[in-house]
Ligand binder design. Sequence first.
Ligand code: BEZ
Ligand code: FE
Length: 279
Amino acid sequence: MFPYFKESSSVDAVNSRIAPDVDARIREVMTSLVTHLHAFVKDVQLTPQEWDVAIDYLTRTGQICTTERQEFILLSDTLGVSMLVDAINNRRPPGATENTVLGPFHVSGAPSREMGACISLDGKGESCLFEGTVIDLQGNPVAAACLDVWSDNAEGFYDVQQPDIQPKWNNRGVFTTGADGKYRFVGIKPVSYPIPHDGPVGKLLAALGRGPHRPAHMHFIVKADGFQNLITHTFVGDDTYIKRDAVFGVKETLVAPYERNDDGETLWRSQFDFVMTRV
Ligand code: BEZ
Ligand code: FE
């Protein structure tokens, strides 16, 4: 029987129109999307006024996007979707370092620096030594692993957010391990900061009684031949926002020690080993 559109058969009415020869994955994804979307509309008994608000919200989300600002990704981040997609696609064995969100502030092409070099170019903040070893699941050092690192400055901004204030490549660098797998560089102890919240995402967070802050973290991308790319952060455990990260990026295993350093060279020291998973 032809599925005329009725409240009770709405999903069937829409999904039965998908042509027989469409790509199997598009069919699977769209069939599920329509099923869940209709279930949601029925669940909350959506009113026309509410649907108008939603359409207007999505319109404004698109309108604020530029080449520098991607409000849809921020929306996905703050709804936990980015972390869920990341979790599903980066399941790793126990003991392997976990992934977390990339975020919008990674910039490809950061300068390669000598092991031990300082990445903080603006002279602000509390100095911190970052060191550890890149190892495999058996504890063997990984040679020629490339660590691309970046953090905010002492005022909570990435260099790309303040191109006229911060030196280019401030708090960024690329380091390559030798045969011992060890890495070592000096940066600053990162500080917590709010994600951009002057647009629709900020409005939604406020409407939900949520804040825009991320707990302090250092970003790392670790790549080595024969291993899965690792996109992660290390978090400062005693940060006020550790349990209310606006983008749900905190994982227990990524809370790293940030301790006072008594060697006199830097104020802080953070030791963290990256455990890589083979492809
Ligand atoms: C970040 O850590 O840089 C970040 C991640 C997600 C959204 C905004 C910022
Ligand atoms: Fe960040």
